[in-house]
Design a protein around this ligand. Sequence first.
Ligand code: DAH
Length: 366
Amino acid sequence: MNLEQLKKELAELSDETKKAIAEIKSVDALRSLETKTVGKAGPIGSLLGKIREFSPEERGAVGQTVNLAKKELVAMFAAAMAGIKSVAADAEASKASDYDPTLPGTAVRIGCAHPVTQVQWQVEEVFQRLGFLIETGPEMETEYYNFEALNIPALHPARDMQDTFWLENNMVLRTHTSPVQVHAMQRHGAPLRVLAPGRCFRYETIDASHENTFHQVEGLMIDKHISIANLIAMMKLLLQEVFHRDLKVRLRPGYFPFVEPGFELDMSCAICGGSGCATCKQSGWIEILPCGMVHPSVLRYGGIDPEKYTGFAFGLGLTRLAMMKYGVKDIRGLNGGDMRSLVPASRLAGPVILEKAEAVKGGSSC
Ligand code: DAH
């Protein structure tokens, strides 16, 4: 081999290496090619080993040529290494930029809807399926809608049954959800199906079963030929959906000035199944809601002709229903958000319920 041949070989090695480097994408592959090319066992190593084959005068030039080529190759590898590393760094940086701190996070489901809210949602769902509108009505009410339009004129003894908070503007905190009956009749006319859940207020002495603030749900259905049979059928369906059981109902006479006839509807005790226990005071029955056929005067107050239409109404104590369903013995626990009542209620196994759709499906507390 002469010097010219050596230079040619080195030039070829440089070209091949350049091409091979262009194909390489990883740091490890580049390092291994570098070792193979410029390491002792590679072509450069073997060419350096061949220096001895040259005459002593030529050896200096040969050594310089091989070393220069080696230096150039090493520089080529260093440049390629820097390139690969910067591509990797860019990829890493762009991966990091996929993170968008403004995206909404994963909701942590803490707590659950209040038992009264859950029961309200379940009742709403049953009646919405039957075509009832949901109306809430005002919590601050006029004396007219709270009493007079419900056939309870001033000085009527029925007013004494509802210890009322009177406001300085002569309005009242509504004592029941029944005023929504008249609002809804006036707004929509007949035929009408409306459900009115909401908060009510009475000046009560607070004990285990009385609160000054509680929830009711009013139901009203007006159409041609509505009878007590419609009322009973709907109440049975409601109880079946809320308690997930086929419960018996019975009617007893009850007096409310805005219905005629008026009833107290009892359901067979959900605890003992009707055989008698402490909860139902051994009677097998639990008083669940007052109801009746809407009084003709109330229909007239609502602008509806009682000669053409009849209807039924009921007023369900939502707070009481939640107490029964979740076994809460003291109403104060439900109202004050007392965990000693709310947590045992929540022990009734089931998923965390935060939305109406879940309450309706699961029907149990969190
Ligand atoms: N509003 C009555 C109350 O709170 C309950 C009631 C009784 C509502 C009879 C009704 C009904 O709709 O028909 O005492």
